[in-house]
Design a protein around this ligand. Sequence first.
Ligand code: NDP
Length: 253
Amino acid sequence: MSQSPPTALVTGANRGLGLETARQLAARGYRVLSASRDPRGEADRWTLDVTDARSIAALAERLTRENLRLDVLVNNAGISMKGFDAEVVRRTLAVNLYGAIAVTDALVPSVRDGGAIVMVSSGMGELSAFAPALRARFLDAGLTRAALIDLVRSFESAVEKGRHVAEGWPASAYRVSKAGINAWARLLARELAPRRIRVNAVCPGWVRTDMGGDAAPRSVDAGAASIVWAATYDGGSGQPTGGFFRDGHAIPW
Ligand code: NDP
């Protein structure tokens, strides 16, 4: 009797860490659905712009139509823009935070009980860069979805008013987007615990990709391995959820 392989969906899978994560998962026997804005080539290329609600809905509908269940969802798509102003903030959050949230919410019904969701985050999201009062709000164990969105919206509004430094925010859209996705991973881990779906944030390290640049110390293989660890970790009943990891080791929020 043949058993169908486990299935993983990776966003931003056409280059960089997403492409290598897809390759490593395939090498471990996964059927990998490679989702990207401009899919080319063979089967299992799926169209997805994480900032486009219709694109997200179409992907979710296709999964349902094809009766596909996901063992793993890797939210990898991300941007890091030059400069810092309200527009950079808006565009960065649209991909790195609101996009990842929208994709996850649309695809969670297709994730199997006992599956894994990985948020590709960054050590740049560490809360040490934030004022203590903001840090406490991000880390609030009872943080709700609405409170998290309010908190991030208050950053957007502070930037528009030029008050972000006075209010204790880092002058970096990227840092706030990754602190936001980390908080999201924590609260989603709580929500999905009854379904035994593990949700973790991962930092791949500083990696030589289009985003990381040539000076980065880490290979794309090593960075993707950090992601694949969280996607496939099988430590029995003590499997981590709601954590932040690099190379399989917990790192500070
Ligand atoms: P790249 O710039 O090489 O690749 C980014 C990927 O995200 C591309 O596939 C890109 O697709 C996709 N993407 C961007 N916007 C969208 C969108 N709206 N919808 C769908 N896909 C989109 O970056 P990396 O591979 O380096 O980064 C991958 C992840 O790793 C990101 O989340 C990043 O923040 C994180 N990370 C990277 C580090 C590094 O040093 N490289 C360090 C820490 C974290 P397209 O080709 O269409 O633009």
